[in-house]
Design a protein around this ligand. Sequence first.
Ligand code: SF4
Length: 60
Amino acid sequence: MKKTWVDKTLCIGCEACVNIDEDDILFMDEDGLAEAKENDKELKTCQMVCPTGAIKIGKE
Ligand code: SF4
């Protein structure tokens, strides 16, 4: 199953992905890093705006 997830080792907490996520799947965790709720979405636009390549689509 396809899904969007965040590799937190790459996230720098810029919030760009959360700000454009119209599906409200991405959010900032207590450490200031992006995290994805359970989903079966391909958030390609969010993936494109991430400056570090932390947003992944596919198997975790
Ligand atoms: S755009 Fe990338 S670096 Fe910025 S918060 Fe989202 S996942 Fe982290």
